[in-house]
Design a protein. Structure first.
Length: 289
């Protein structure tokens, strides 16, 4: 268990390399909130929850309030939601946004390195002190609106295990993959789906065409047609663009080059059928060779 298993699980499940982990204990969380002078947030409902096993007693009234560290910890640990842990996750995300907003309101981002050092005793991580300070210094240049938090798309499912009913959140694979592509890799499947592409191959390049089509569809592009290109002397892959949107062209160039390697980009005359790009792949196979 622990952080190493969490890293392994996230890496395998999302196909994303996780380089570092940070685990902050309750005392560290409380100290971080108190160092900011508390965090202001709206409590959507009265929160009352008792768990004798954990010696946990939560009693927070609804309304706008400035929370100290102890109250904030109770706020994010509350789990008396009809939606179960999903409600708690959404509350934790709301608090994280309020916490980040407080940083910007206080204009103390320049103090991040020293603040990071102050909570280091309460943190378990595989980063050394210099890496933490370096990351904190980089964070000073991150805009609040550039910090994105999402919940993996899916649905709740109750499973009986050993006679005990346990609730799970089951991620939907396709939408989860698309969300990871958007947040981590910068691939927007919705935008790509509006881009129409034809893929043509030179003589003997059926496998190259199939590989390119699979790659483009994986990225969400709409491949409207495949076929054979006319006889050419050009050996490199070609991207013929009819789009006038520079960002779309840049993204398509990057996508095609990931499979085709060296690429020649040409601006073409738009065909009668509405197509944004024509891609020509494969090496011409001449008779007698």
């Amino acid at each position: 268990g622990g952080p190493l298993l969490a890293v392994k699980t996230v890496t395998g499940f999302l196909d994303v390399k996780v380089h570092y982990y940070v685990r902050v204990d309750f005392a560290g969380f409380i100290r971080a909130v108190d160092m900011l002078g508390g965090v202001e947030i709206t409590v959507p409902r009265n929160m009352y929850y008792v768990d004798p096993v954990q010696n946990l007693h939560i009693d927070i009234k609804a309304g706008r309030q400035l929370m100290d560290g102890e109250t904030a910890l109770d706020f994010i640990r509350y789990r008396g939601y009809a939606s179960g842990d999903i409600g708690r996750i959404q509350t934790q995300q709301a608090f994280a946004r309020a916490f980040i907003r407080k940083f910007y309101e206080l204009d103390i981002l320049w103090r991040l390195p020293s603040l990071a050092q102050a909570i280091l005793p309460y943190v378990e991580t595989n980063m050394d002190a210099s890496a933490i300070v370096a990351l904190a210094m980089q964070a000073r240049y991150v805009r609040e609106e550039g910090i994105v938090m999402e919940l993996l798309p899916g649905s709740s499912r109750d499973v009986t295990e050993g006679g005990r009913l346990t609730s799970y959140w089951v991620a939907e694979p396709v939408r989860t993959s698309q969300l990871v592509d958007l947040l981590i890799r910068g691939i927007d499947h919705d935008a790509n789906g509006r881009v129409r592409v034809e893929v043509l191959g030179r003589s003997g390049s059926e496998q190259d065409v199939a590989r390119m089509v699979t790659h483009l569809r994986r990225l969400g592009y709409t491949v409207v047609r495949t076929g054979m290109a006319g006889r050419q002397t050009q050996q490199n892959a070609q991207l013929i663009t009819y789009s006038t949107d520079r960002l779309t062209v840049v993204r398509m160039t990057r996508a095609v080059s990931q499979v085709a390697g060296q690429l020649r980009v040409i601006t073409g005359r738009p065909p009668a059928e509405p197509i944004d790009f024509t891609i020509v792949v494969g090496t011409e196979v001449r008779r007698g060779e």
